[in-house]
Design a protein around this ligand. Sequence first.
Ligand code: PFF
Length: 477
Amino acid sequence: MTRESWQTRLGFILAAVGSAVGLGNLWRFPWMTSENGGAAFLLVYLGVVLLVGVPGLLAEFVIGRRSGRNPVGALSSLSDSKAWSAFGHVFVVTAIVLLSFYSVVGGWILRYVGASVTGAYFANPGGYFDAVNYGLEAAGFHLLFLGITALIVLRGVKRGIESATKVMMPAIVVLLVALAVWGVTLDGAGEGLTFLLSPDFAALEANFFDILPVAAGQALFTLSLGAGTMLTYASYLGEDRSLAADGTAIAVLNTFVGVLAGVVVFPIMFALVGEVGDGGPGALFVGLASAFASLPYGQLVGTVFFGVVALAALSSSISMLEIPVSFLVDEYGVSRPTATAGLVGVFAVTGSVCALDPGVFDLVASTIVDLLLTGGLVGFLLFAGWVLGRDAVAEYELGAGAFASRFGTPWLYAAGVFIPVFLIFTFVSGLAGALGVSVASTELLGVTFSQTRVFVVVSVLVALASFLGLRRADSVI
Ligand code: PFF
């Protein structure tokens, strides 16, 4: 069976941007930003996108294109190691965890498209959200969202994913720009823009190490990094494309849409609700829904807004489903329709658990996903830096052109050495935060070790141990 490939370069870029732009930009970003200090958070997040996101994206691209396989097949075929092949299975699990909660939120969105048309939540937005967010109906809407996702994936890479995202992405951008233009002209919108765009540096300094792991988690989430999606999408790519150019274009477009979404959400919240709301997963649904409820054309604006979010969510959920589908197709020779149908069965159950239990949902949607993506990306980076080594640079250079080719070796150093240390640090602090572990300050040889310093030392040691363990004669570093 010949493997599918993208029809055009633009098709690949739009599909990858489609994966990146999603609930992460439109739902999770306002939630995380409002809980972590507004503009200060945005600043840290943008820094992580640039310094960690783009090199990380390139690592996934290099591994994906070089192997032409799904994450499991890629790591096993390029390394001949059972341990890497076992590690590859983590990505299948990550995809399952991701889509399980994602399609629950996707279901909320679909419901809100309909509810905006009829104005069902207008009388009491908070009460409406509380009544529909979890429970049997939420599980039903999750199944609907999952079904639509599956219908697209079923049609394959070119006819399904590429042709769907080619229509969806321009529609999303045009509609968001229209909403943003309208939003910033509302009376009182300025406060929202200030909240989003002018950072409080004192607060940033005081909370930097609390903001950092959350910003890193959000940056990976929004770029779809650490799950193997970008790897899988790049595996359908030819060797004549510049991975560096495509990766940069994808990161820039995603960031543009992310900030644009902020420009839509925050001014509307401040202008019409008067505050950013109490955050949490309901921020968008309660806060924005209240705003729409107070407008003369609220039904129309609400329908357009939730319609955009639904499109963005679908273009991401298909990329999540594609990971386990490509795994079953590549590794077990299962046909695409059978693989898709079987997986829908699995997600129907795992997603329903998230739809029925808010505790599970919250844990998965914030903490577990951040940890899985961070750990996953560390794995890809170490693989590119230490297992592929020179081959990674060679793959990076294919199709790159003279200018981008100069950055191949510096990229590998960043990807193989510095970024893993940083990500291991965010993983350790994120895990400690989730487990409620805190380390008391201790003094050693005249140096005071605060919790942050202890975590830094632990991260450097873990990274060094990994480097030594993975080092081979032809490793670049
Ligand atoms: N990037 C998507 C969003 O922002 O909604 C979420 C996502 C998709 C994360 C695919 C991870 C992934 F593999």
